[in-house]
Design a protein. Structure first.
Ligand code: 6PG
Length: 256
């Protein structure tokens, strides 16, 4: 396998450079996974930061080219709103990636949001992942790469500070009431065990509004209860932070 370090933090001058490097890294992970396992299972992050990276992957120019015929896409979390709602993570991915990249519809496994409660949607997503990976009871899917973002408050996926979802360890996906940041809607999210079983987890973080949370997670060993991104510690996989200079503004020089 790759000789990249288990834990890595890279700082790029701005969000565009971050997006270009992230796209290249994702394409590299795709090539490696397809070479070793014949397919690439990629979990998409929500929010706004990944949009630029998805657009580069969709165009597939240069270092950002992926074999979409062997790639399967999943979602790390979702808002309990219809997929055509402007607040939907599926909609963001659809606009920036899925309508452009030549990936077959049945190779995209979104989190369904058409059930009455977010809890029901989470249970349905857990079952869909058990079926896709052919998992024995109680085990977690092993994704090749999970993309995550970082909220200003240190949340990631839809794991919010102090939320009950932080303590869920017997399910692949769970639900959560809204956090303090918008949008104020219920969420469906992968749990820590599902995140930490991955072969690689990659955080994409841009903007000065993330600097405090990033410093707390990277430099100050914040608790997961206070800064949930701190609870993402892949058991045997790699943890990669790709951040821009403004987000890295409060980091110790030795962090990068
Ligand atoms: C969500 C996301 C969430 C996101 C962070 C960062 O549904 O909101 O999955 O975890 O990654 O909030 O969001 P931005 O990239 O928009 O700053």
């Amino acid at each position: 396998m790759s000789d990249a370090p288990a834990n890595e933090l890279k700082v790029y001058r701005d969000a565009d450079r971050l997006a270009a490097k992230a796209a290249a890294r994702i394409a590299q992970a795709a090539a490696e996974s397809i070479r070793h396992r014949g397919r690439f299972t990629l979990v998409l992050a929500g929010g706004s930061t990944p949009r630029k990276t998805y657009a580069l992957l969709a165009r597939g120019e240069g270092e950002a080219s992926i074999d979409w015929s062997r790639t399967f896409l999943f979602f790390g979390d979702e808002r309990h709103v219809p997929h055509d709602d402007p607040r939907s993570n599926y909609r963001m991915a659809h606009e920036s990636l899925l309508t452009i990249a030549p990936i077959a519809h049945d190779q995209v496994l979104p989190i369904a949001t058409d059930l009455a409660t977010a809890e029901q949607c989470a249970d349905q997503y857990s079952s869909a992942l058990v079926k896709f990976f052919g998992l024995p009871a109680g085990s977690m899917p092993i994704f090749d790469l999970i993309l995550l973002g970082l909220g200003d408050d240190g949340h990631t996926a839809s794991l919010f500070p102090g939320a009950a979802a932080l303590g869920v360890s017997d399910r692949i996906a769970t639900w959560s009431p809204p956090g303090v940041l918008p949008p104020p809607v219920d969420r469906i999210t992968l749990t820590y065990p599902a995140l930490n079983a991955a072969r690689q987890v990659m955080f994409l973080v841009a903007g000065a509004n993330k600097a405090e949370a990033l410093r707390d997670v990277v430099d100050r060993n914040a608790t997961a209860r206070r800064r949930p991104a701190a609870g993402v510690r892949p058991e045997s996989g790699r943890l990669t932070w790709l951040v821009d200079q403004s987000a890295a503004g409060l980091l110790q020089p030795s962090s990068g």
